[in-house]
Every structure is written in structure tokens, then in C-alpha cells.
Design a protein around this ligand. Structure first.
Ligand SMILES: [Zn+2]
Length: 484
């Protein structure tokens, strides 16, 4: 251990004090009067009752502390609430806050031209370039010397740059096997390196060599055990979070169970009940999402498969309109579901059940376009509804009559006329018709909307009302199917 200026006083070193200014003040006052072996925890407690106790904290956890009084040697158990709040906060910070100290090592801080700072150990230092080790996982980074604007000394956790075992080996070689102090110091170093088994070995050895080290060794071992449990608890918490992130709820629950069984006293294990509730809530929402996802997939797949079948049907020139409609009415749904059951690897019965319970969210649209007249002769208007002038008003009343007459004369209002239209219609027009027809039949929450025919602006007639609009055939408006 590198002695800091503050611990260089022989008295303090003999006490094995940390350089914490807080403890230093307390210990300085005691030095020479009380040379307790456990002085690392030496402190003065001011209680709410007004009493002042001198002694040492033997152990402490989130709720209570054990305190050995120096006046009578008695062991007192107190809760933090017994102490003046300021003292409680200060001592909790020391005994619970950070847990164990870390073994630190000298390092260098490089400030780069681009503003970055790198802290590590130089493994190569040449006039033109340097290589710096930042951690044990990555190879050293190579930098051009010109990119470095300054170098400063720094301290880092020793285990970042050197394997813990290597640091331990060096210390163990330097330690004296027969010296209780040396074994105790080695034990402490092991704790700082998080080598708990080795720490136990050397701390126990120090107590065997000199009974005066027993209390201190046990206090340190308790600290080590607590920190080991905290580390284990943190590891399980990390596993739990990772499992939750990928929806592996059983793994999350397994981590929580280990946390509760093996690390129930660790601070990080507090709030396990909340975690249990959180896992349950996330699982519930995930299962819901998954069902929603499958439902949506089923719906969009149904529609995709249907469209592909309808595209095929519309390109069969010999297929008559009546038969095409019958195909949609009677066969399409079965054919689609059979192919979906195969591709989604679902039992046809399950699929049917899902289909019946579907709760679609996305809205789709299909439009009949100019084939609207095959299903809808067009809105019959009240005379004058759209009129903007007297002339129009007088005319409008006659539009429906004119359309009907024109259709009659062109024989455009019969099934035969529709078949005729269908026969010459392009595949795209036939497909638009079949898709809209299927959507109207199989869609959920079907809503029919309309938009005026683009050719006659919704009049149904062209050429001064002398001719039937050839596009909408008097339907006036295109029927649009909005569905889910
Ligand atoms: Zn039209």
C-alpha cells in the first residue's frame, strides 16, 4: 500500500486507519489513549437520547449496527434511528455507501487534440507514436504523438490494467508469512481486489498469528461477505434485466428466485416484490402484444393471400362476372385460410378461432372505381339537391330519369350489360372490382364511402346531359370500401 501523507503518522499506521478525514479526526483524538486493534471502525456515536458513546462499529447493515463500547467492552445493537440523523447519514455513507474500496494503480491521462481523454497505461512510448492499454479486454490503442496535447498522472482501478491474480501474486510474494500485520494487510488487499477466498485465508491467518487481530479480521471478513453477496445480487439483477429485455420471463423469474434465496440480505435484493410484479406486468403486456401481433399478421396475411388469388382470377379472361362473384362468395375464404394454415403452421381450427376473435387495428381501403355501377346504380338524388342556379334546379330533377332512360336504351342496366362490360374490362379493373367486393364481404367494421366520378364530376351524364358518362355508367360516384 502506498502510504498517503495523512496516514504517515506511526500512530495512525499502527491503528491501520484509512485516510478518511472523518475517521482521522476521531482517531487523532484517541491516539495514544486507546490503542484498540479494531480502530478502523473507531468512532463516536451521538444518540438522539443525548448519550455519547466511544467505541467501534463492528458491523452495520441497512437497518442496524453493532457497536462495541470502549468504556465497558459491551456490545450494543442499535438501529440507525437511534442516532442523530447527521451522524447516521455520515456513518451509513462510510459503512454502507461504497462497500469495499478498490485497489488503485498509477496510470496516465492523455488529452487528445479532438478533446477526448484516455486513461490507461502506456505500453509503448516513442517520439512518433504511443500505445496505451485502456483495459484488459481490448488490445492497446495506437495514437500518433501529434494527436496528444497533454499528459497527466491519473489513478485507475488496478484490475482494469492487470489481472487480479497477477496483482495478488506480487503482493503475496512480498508478504511475510509469520507476521499478523502483513497477513492482515494482504487480506485487505485481497478484499480490494475482490478475491474473497484469498482474503478469508489471509485474514484468518492474521488472527491465528495474533489474537489481537481477531476482531478486526472478522469485521473485514463480514464486510467482504457482504460485498460478495452484493456482487452476486447485482449479477442476478443484471441477468434479470437482460432476460426481461428479450422477453425471457422464465429466465427473469429464475434470476429473481436466486436473488431471493441466495442474496436475500443484500441491499440490491430489496424490492424483490416490486421486481416480481414488474416481471408479471411485462409478461402480461408481451403476451397481449404477441396476440395482437399474430392477429394483425393473420389479417394482413389473409388479405395478401386473397389479393394474390384475386389477381389470378381477374386475369382469367374466360371467367364470367357472375362466376367471379360466386368464387369470392363461396370459395375464396376457404382457399385463403387453407394456405394460411400451412404457411403460419397453425391448425385450421385454431386459425378459424383466431379469425373469428380477431380485433384488427389497421384500416385498409379498397375502391371499386369505375366498376362501381356493377354493385351500385348510384345515389338517387332529391331534385335540386346539388343545384346552384334555377336552371340547374330545373335540370337536376330530371337527371335520374335521363340516366335511367339512357341506360334502358343502351341496355346498360341488365346483367347482360354488366357481363359485356366485364368481358372487355382490363385485368386491373376486374381486380379492383373483385378486391373491393371481397373487402365488403369479408372485412370487419366495413364503412362505405364514395367519391364523385372524375369524368362527369358526379353528374352521371356528359355532353350537356345528352349522354351517359361512359366511365361511371351513371353511377355518379365511385364506391370506396374502408374496412379493418
Ligand atoms: Zn361519371
Amino acid at each position: 500500500m502506498t502510504p498517503s501523507p495523512r496516514t504517515s503518522s506511526p500512530c495512525l499506521r499502527a491503528l491501520g486507519l484509512r485516510s478518511s478525514a472523518l475517521l482521522l479526526g476521531a482517531a487523532l483524538a484517541l491516539c495514544g489513549t486507546f490503542a484498540s486493534p479494531s480502530a478502523a471502525h473507531a468512532t463516536t456515536l451521538r444518540l438522539r437520547s443525548g448519550a455519547v458513546l466511544h467505541g467501534e462499529i463492528v458491523s452495520a447493515d441497512e437497518e442496524r449496527l453493532q457497536f462495541r463500547r470502549w468504556d465497558n467492552g459491551g456490545l450494543v445493537e442499535l438501529t440507525w434511528a437511534h442516532l442523530l440523523p447527521a451522524d447516521a447519514a455520515r456513518l451509513q455513507a462510510i459503512h454502507l455507501g461504497e462497500g469495499l474500496e478498490d485497489e488503485m494503480a498509477d496510470a496516465v491521462r492523455l488529452t487528445l487534440r479532438d478533446g477526448r481523454e484516455l486513461v490507461g497505461r502506456l505500453v509503448e512510448d516513442r517520439p512518433d507514436r504511443v500505445r496505451i492499454l485502456l483495459n484488459l479486454q481490448d488490445p492497446p490503442s495506437t495514437l500518433s504523438a501529434a494527436s496528444i496535447v497533454r499528459r497527466d498522472p491519473a489513478r485507475v482501478k488496478a484490475v482494469l490494467l492487470t489481472p487480479a491474480q497477477e496483482l495478488y501474486d506480487a503482493r503475496a510474494r512480498a508478504a511475510e508469512p509469520k507476521s499478523a500485520q502483513s497477513q492482515f494487510d494482504l487480506g485487505l488487499a485481497c478484499l480490494r481486489l475482490r478475491l474473497y477466498d484469498k482474503a478469508k485465508e489471509h485474514l484468518q491467518r492474521s488472527a491465528e498469528l495474533d489474537p489481537l487481530f481477531k476482531d478486526r479480521a472478522e469485521a473485514k471478513l463480514a464486510l467482504g461477505a457482504r460485498e460478495k453477496a452484493e456482487e452476486g445480487a447485482r449479477r442476478e439483477l443484471e441477468k434479470l434485466e437482460k432476460a426481461l429485455a428479450v422477453q425471457k420471463f422464465d429466465d427473469a423469474r429464475a434470476a429473481l428466485a436466486r436473488l431471493k434465496d441466495e442474496y436475500k440480505n443484500a441491499r440490491s435484493a430489496r424490492g424483490a416484490a416490486e421486481l416480481e410484479a414488474r416481471i408479471a406486468a411485462e409478461e402480461k403486456s408481451y403476451v397481449g402484444d404477441k396476440k395482437q401481433f399474430l392477429d394483425n399478421k393473420l389479417l394482413s396475411d389473409w388479405w395478401d393471400a386473397a389479393r394474390s388469388l384475386l389477381r389470378k382470377a381477374s386475369s382469367k379472361r374466360e371467367l364470367e362476372l357472375a362466376k367471379a362473384k360466386a368464387y369470392v362468395d363461396a370459395i375464396l375464404d376457404t382457399e385463403v385460410k387453407e394456405s394460411l394454415a400451412r404457411s403460419m403452421n397453425l391448425d385450421p381450427k385454431d386459425l378459424e378461432e383466431r379469425w373469428n376473435q380477431r380485433k384488427p387495428t389497421a384500416t385498409k381501403t379498397a375502391t371499386y372505381g369505375e366498376s362501381t355501377w356493377l354493385v351500385d346504380a348510384g345515389p338517387r338524388k332529391k331534385a335540386g339537391a346539388d343545384a346552384k342556379s334555377l336552371e340547374e334546379f330545373l335540370n337536376e330533377g330530371d337527371l335520374d330519369k335521363i340516366i335511367d332512360q339512357l341506360r334502358q336504351s343502351a341496355k346498360k342496366n341488365t346483367a347482360a350489360a354488366q357481363e359485356e362490360w366485364w368481358k372487355v374490362a382490363s385485368s386491373e379493373k376486374r381486380q379492383a372490382f373483385l378486391e373491393a367486393y371481397a373487402a365488403e364481404k369479408f372485412g370487419k367494421e366495413v364503412e362505405l364511402k364514395s367519391q364523385p366520378c372524375a369524368t362527369c364530376q358526379g353528374k352521371g351524364l356528359v355532353a350537356g346531359n345528352a349522354e351517359l358518362c361512359r366511365r361511371c355508367v351513371g353511377a355518379r360516384r365511385d364506391r370506396v370500401v374502408v374496412f379493418r
